[in-house]
Design a protein around this ligand. Structure first.
Ligand code: SF4
Ligand code: SF4
Length: 138
């Protein structure tokens, strides 16, 4: 791939509504808790599921994310790394097929400026560094 086109579409929240997990980093946890005015431990108890190597946001009963409110992300300035970097995730940047498949649910893919593949890979590298347990075998 030489480059990828992407431009997030105003008013769209499709990626927040797709079935999936929202992983967070320890820094995300600290920043989001502070942003919503909660102590870190209280926030974790209420909103976070912790396994040995990963943290992820708990899901509400009939939605994908507690923080999708009034048609937008209510924690936008401190949104988790994976939300901030989407769709420049390693598994999408490295596979034209996956990138094209994701375009069916993300209307921003194939639109906007051409982003050089090196720049896209650099962004994807931030994902790898943020969530080493997710990418340890790739
Ligand atoms: S689905 Fe794509 S266009 Fe829509 S908000 Fe997410 S990244 Fe932006
Ligand atoms: S944290 Fe914000 S951007 Fe991420 S899935 Fe939830 S509402 Fe969407």
């Amino acid at each position: 791939m030489e480059g990828l086109r992407f431009e997030c579409q105003p008013g769209c929240t499709a990626c927040c509504e797709v079935e999936g997990q929202v992983h967070i980093t320890e820094d995300d946890l600290t920043q989001i808790a502070e942003y919503v005015g909660m102590g870190r431990e209280d926030f974790e108890r209420k909103y976070v599921f912790r396994t040995r190597y990963l943290l992820r946001l708990r899901k509400p009963r009939h939605a994908q994310c507690h923080f999708l409110k009034d048609g937008g992300c209510s924690i936008h300035p401190v949104k988790p790394v994976q939300c901030r970097l989407f769709p420049f995730w390693p598994e999408l940047v490295e596979s034209r097929a996956q990138w094209n498949r994701t375009a069916k649910s993300c209307p921003g893919i194939h639109k906007g400026p051409l982003i050089q593949i090196e720049a896209a890979r650099e962004t994807a590298g931030e994902m790898r560094r943020a969530y080493p347990a997710l990418y340890k075998n790739t």
